[in-house]
Design a binder for this molecule. Structure first.
Ligand SMILES: [Zn+2]
Length: 587
């Protein structure tokens, strides 16, 4: 006669106690668990590419354990590779089910990952049934995705209940908050959504569309209700499952399958089912269907973990393994899709008359995905309605008066920008910095330093690519990506655009103007100093500078830093004053 220890789903914490190792733990790969934990840290910091590499490295050390596989699945999911992710989670679940007691504790996590993949792939009912089976007993990570699946199925009250339950466990769960926001009308919904967005700011390494898309509550799919099915299992020594149906309609009958095989049918309450006496060690799936007149009224399920003798011994120290498992769980928090959140927020702001805020949210959508729904059209229309149009005529000089606009392209760069700022500060001169988005994102502190010194921030595109080769939508995305970085760092909104290399067409200028930018070129260029001794170069540059000049300089390693002290002194001597582009434009 076989002795079995039984765990009902979700009791991860209890697993460590009940699954006492049968043999002494044998740590086989010293670096494995630390590497898994390090990778989890990268995943939590929103660096899925790097996390992926680390998990793969851990996997090389120990292919037989499921943690690395789960981590790879999570990292792939965070990069939007759902089909690969689902395979990795399936692999992890299979290894966990065959593994030692400590490995089996990882199985629920693998199943959670798989269920979130199913939701991401649009297989909502399947995912919802799995999550409903995972969520009841302490596996709170399943609650927010379950609320998502509820809402996507059109079941608003279940979504509300599960979102609140999730927030009760984890008040800063961005997915649960975004669902609560979606269910809350007016300004309060806007407030909740802003908080949800703050909690998932994303990074350049994470695909913005990698999280769950915001559910479409207008589309109720009429999916069978999983929140109305409760499965209670009494296994030791009874081996029975009792199914309770909480819905209004009278069910005709209820079926129960065990590991995919029909295990019974009941048409009278209490709906009790005998479970197999000796299913063997491992994790077993119980699925329940509640039938009305030819239709499924509800679906539900539960998992049953059975440990028996003769299974593989634990291979790692119990406490260390449990800590790695907990790290993995916390790194695998399902995230909402940021593009959807901003798009919804834009609509909600517009609905309560906050048009500036609506515009800002549409701009963020287009910065991430210019082809998303009708965001670009709405953004352009709002720009126009709010009078935020730029000029389609390029500006090369400002109205002639004894002043000069110095402009510094290609920053911000450590050291170089700091030196430019020092020289300008010493001369008490304000200038305009055309920043490149990729660098701005890497050095937000320098953006703040530029703004704090009273200089103007302007837009030199995100990638510094040739804008002539881009479509109007791509030009706008380039400008908005940089704009978002500048706004996030400084709260300032740039309005001047300088195309890299000065290369532009009427179409490029029109695309920029439609979102509030005027194209700015120059009338004097530091490149005339190239290859000349500093004093000769300076004289040449000064020859080009007329009243109202816009002078092109750089943060880059060219002649700028050599000539700048002499340039500032000489122009002052000649009676020039200095200002930013907006000051020259009288605004
Ligand atoms: Zn440039």
């Amino acid at each position: 006669m076989r002795r079995c220890t039984v765990l009902i789903v979700g009791a991860l914490a209890a697993a460590a106690v009940l699954h006492a190792p049968l043999l002494a733990a044998t740590p086989v790969k010293a670096g494995y668990l630390p590497r898994v934990r390090q990778a989890c840290d990268l995943l939590r910091r929103d660096l899925p590419h790097q996390a992926d590499d680390e998990f793969i490295g851990a996997n090389f050390q120990d292919y037989a354990e499921p943690l690395g596989w789960i981590g790879i699945g999570a990292a792939k999911l965070a990069q939007g590779q759902v089909d690969v992710a689902i395979e990795r989670f399936a692999q992890a679940a299979a290894l966990a089910a065959k593994g030692s007691a400590q490995a089996r504790a990882a199985e629920l996590l693998a199943r959670l990952g798989r269920a979130v993949c199913l939701l991401q792939r649009g297989e909502v009912t399947k995912g919802r049934v799995e999550l409903a089976a995972l969520s009841p007993a302490g596996f709170s990570a399943a609650l927010a995705p379950l609320a998502w699946a509820d809402l996507e199925s059109g079941d608003r009250s279940a979504a509300q209940a599960h979102a609140m339950q999730a927030l009760g466990e984890r008040p800063n769960d961005a997915l649960a908050l975004s669902i609560a926001a979606r269910l809350t009308p007016g300004a309060e919904g806007v407030r909740l959504m802003r908080r949800a967005i703050e909690l998932c700011p994303g990074s350049p390494y994470a695909a913005p569309s990698s999280g769950l898309a915001l559910p479409n509550t207008e589309r109720a799919t009429g999916a069978p209700d999983v929140s109305l099915v409760r499965v209670d299992i009494k296994y030791d020594p009874d081996r029975r499952a009792t199914v309770t149906w909480l819905g209004q309609e009278q069910p005709k009958y209820i079926t129960l399958t065990f590991d995919g095989r029909e295990a019974g049918l009941s048409n009278t309450p209490p709906h009790e089912f005998g479970l197999p006496r000796d299913p063997g060690p491992g994790t077993h799936g119980i699925a329940v269907e509640v039938w009305g007149d030819g239709v499924v009224l509800g679906r539900g399920g539960a998992f049953l973990q059975v440990q028996g003798p003769g299974e593989p011994p634990n291979r790692y120290d119990g406490a260390e393994y449990a800590a790695a498992l907990e790290d993995l769980r916390s790194a695998m928090t399902a995230a909402p899709n940021r593009v959807h959140l901003h798009y919804w927020l834009a609509g909600a702001c517009a609905a309560i008359g906050q048009r500036q805020n609506a515009l800002q949210s549409y701009e963020r959508v287009v910065a991430m995905d210019p082809a998303f729904a009708d965001a670009r059209q709405r953004m352009v229309a709002l720009c126009s309605a709010l009078g935020r149009k730029g000029s389609t005529r390029p500006v090369s000089a400002t109205p002639a008066s004894k002043r000069v606009c110095l402009t510094f392209d290609d920053g911000p760069s450590p050291i170089l920008t700091e030196r430019v700022l020092d020289l300008l500060r010493a001369a008490k001169v304000r200038a305009t910095f055309f920043v490149v988005g990729t660098q701005a994102r890497a050095h937000p502190d320098l953006l703040r330093a530029i703004a704090a010194a009273g200089h103007e921030l302007a837009n030199h595109t995100y990638s510094h690519d040739d804008m002539i080769l881009k479509t109007p939508a791509e030009v706008q995305q380039e400008l908005l990506e940089t704009q978002v970085v500048v706004e996030d760092a400084t709260g300032r909104r740039p309005r001047w655009f300088r195309p890299p290399g000065g290369r532009h067409t009427a179409a490029v200028r029109a695309a920029a103007a439609a979102i509030g930018y005027t194209t700015v070129l120059w009338s004097a260029n530091v490149s005339v100093c190239a290859g000349l001794p500093t004093q000769r170069g300076l004289r040449r540059l000064l020859d080009e500078i007329k009243p109202g000049a816009i002078v092109l300089l750089h943060n880059g390693p060219d002649e700028t830093l050599d000539v700048l002290p002499g340039l500032l002194a000489a122009l002052k001597n000649r009676g020039y004053t200095f200002c930013t582009l907006s000051e020259a434009a009288g605004r």
